[in-house]
Design a protein around this ligand. Sequence first.
Ligand SMILES: *[C@@H]1O[C@H](CO)[C@@H](O)[C@H](O)[C@H]1NC(C)=O
Ligand SMILES: *[C@@H]1O[C@H](CO)[C@@H](O)[C@H](O)[C@H]1NC(C)=O
Ligand SMILES: *[C@@H]1O[C@H](CO)[C@@H](O)[C@H](O)[C@H]1NC(C)=O
Length: 703
Amino acid sequence: MASECSRWPMGLIILLIGIFTLPGIMASYSIGVGIADTTGPIAEIVFMGYAKMEQKGAGLHLRTFTRSFIIDDGEQRFVFVSTESAMIGHDIKAAVIKKLQKRFGNLYTEKNVMISATHTHSSPGGFNLYLLFDLSTFGFIEQSFTALINGITTSIIRAHDSVVPGQIFLDHGEVFDASINRSPLAYMNNPKNEREKYKYDTDKTMTQLKFIAADGRPMGVINWFAVHPTSMNNTNRLVSSDNVGYASILFEKKMNKGSMVGKGEFVAAFASSNLGDVSPNTQGPKCEFTGENCSADYTCPGKKEMCFASGPGKDIYDSTKIIGKKLYEESMKIWNRDSSKEIKGPIEVVHRYVKMPGQKAEFYNETSKETIEVETCQPAMGYSFAAGTTDGPGSFSFSQGTTTTNPVWDAVRNFVAAPTPEDIKCHGAKPILLATGRMRRPYQWQPKVVSTHLAIIGDFVLVGVPGEFTTMSGRRMREKVASTIEEVTKVQPTVVIAGLCNTYTDYIATPEEYEIQRYEGASTIYGPHTLTVYLKQYQELALAAIQKKVINPGSPPPNMYIESLISLQTPVLYDTSKWGYDFGYCLSQPPKIVKPGDTVTVSFVAGHPRNNLMTGSTFLTVERLIDRDIWVKVATDADWETRFHWERKNSILGTSQADIIWEIPLDVKPGKYRIRHQGHYRYILGGIFPYRGLTNVFEVKEK
Ligand SMILES: *[C@@H]1O[C@H](CO)[C@@H](O)[C@H](O)[C@H]1NC(C)=O
Ligand SMILES: *[C@@H]1O[C@H](CO)[C@@H](O)[C@H](O)[C@H]1NC(C)=O
Ligand SMILES: *[C@@H]1O[C@H](CO)[C@@H](O)[C@H](O)[C@H]1NC(C)=O
């Protein structure tokens, strides 16, 4: 009997050894994937992205996650991280690396970890240590900062723990009707012969990597498609990962049958690219009241009438769903295709810190047919920055394309810090609104040292850029890097721009787009030749990588995490429950009988959500009875079909209410249901305590 038992495992072991040792057939790399909850404080914190102080969190629609991917060729390890956040700052990455090094020694470094933000505009801000980015969020918010660091670190640890031999496949697709150029005037100022090389004024290509374990198990997918996650506009107050986040959820749900959102093994990232001038609001800009086209300079006739873009759906939820679904469907189509090419070959990663002001490069002017030496400037923001974009009009009464100065703002600007004559000259077409590079009080306003990052995996190249490249800036960068590598290897690589990596320095428009001073040009902070300098810098990185040359890694920016960071956000002082009720008491019950397609709304006596972020957990569950006493979760606060609204009812008494909305899916299983709310309250005499509440049981019946 004993020998019978041991025969099978032995055979299996031999089989497995066989698979893993066949060179290059079943496993070209070691690969790993991981996902972790990154949701920050969902209540009362201003969202990052639209810079609108009234846009404070009031609950949760979709939790935000971080997705990490490890690729290792046996000698070099590379980690790509896509985090559902507006941006990422140097200090966050530094803190993540520090945590990883405590655990893994020098396995993970600033060089081999690339962190890219998806750029959702519906998550809490205040995590950036440069003052300009925290101006609209009442300063630094420790909880936002920590949630990002913990979520990113956990996702990398999970990816680390999942590493197995595997293969990576590369393929492309195209997505139409999901993006428009939001600054076509600026785009049209690019040289005609360059524009004629392209059919569209935004990139329609989706580039995708498929991760398959050596045993055939699908592990994950990353794709890059250039579009702003701004389907949710600046009136939204529920935390959301927006269109790309919804696409990730759809893909992961399909692959992780039976798992709750964010809990499955398969990980799908819809990562950011050269989205600078790309809007998902495909109906284009219209005047707020009349619904007519805006004028050529994006203004409307009415005095206080805004010009903004929306669509394709009937409201922001519908639009987010439509764009997210389009991205998901193309991604799944690419996934199911057999033609994918396997990526093979060594990994090379290069990283360099560059002090941007004062960098020199050569620029060929298409109009004058001259090559001139150009230089980058001290950071500064132009007037059109204050006007916002057609995805989110600014709170100030400036119009985009402003190239004359305004005396009121000049006064404010001079009070803050006056630009020097050199700044004014250096920034050329940009009238300076904020000379952020000259502002040191109370601490730095915008970064001067940026991270430049490039990874080569076989003949796939990822260019990690520290901001939002416009469509044409991205094209120039891809072309430059591809031709540099091809010259050496004689093989044309696939080059992808990974957007908003490691450091955030606003936009990078082409020098020609810059002259038009739309929002993107006005927010190109190191002056007209920011891109020109980056092209040279990344060319050097590509050459160093391909020739395996060591480059000077540069000096990191100063550590900004100091105690003098301004924080004006009031903390949660205490919670009390409504007179006579306990926390978790259900104030408004569901109807006894509902049907698929209905919306159920229930309310509870609640504590403040900032008392505990419920990381990796949920503020709510929808539960179904499957046996006498056995309830199973069918949805959490991370699902599309639920929304969690929170409101402080009385700030002196400290009472609050949570409303939970469940949009019952059409394919719901009929049966008995209930909704649970859980959270924490801060006791007036100290301490934070958990509470929970349940609705009555209700029945979902087919009509
Ligand atoms: C409005 O703008 C769109 C897109 O540019 C254009 O096709 C349409 O003709 C314009 N409509 C009017 C009434 O000007
Ligand atoms: C935002 O979207 C809502 C709902 O779709 C709409 O009513 C509102 O006018 C939009 N506002 C802006 C500034 O885009
Ligand atoms: C190129 O040269 C023309 C003619 O001198 C000039 O008007 C234009 O501003 C230059 N373009 C850039 C991007 O510097």
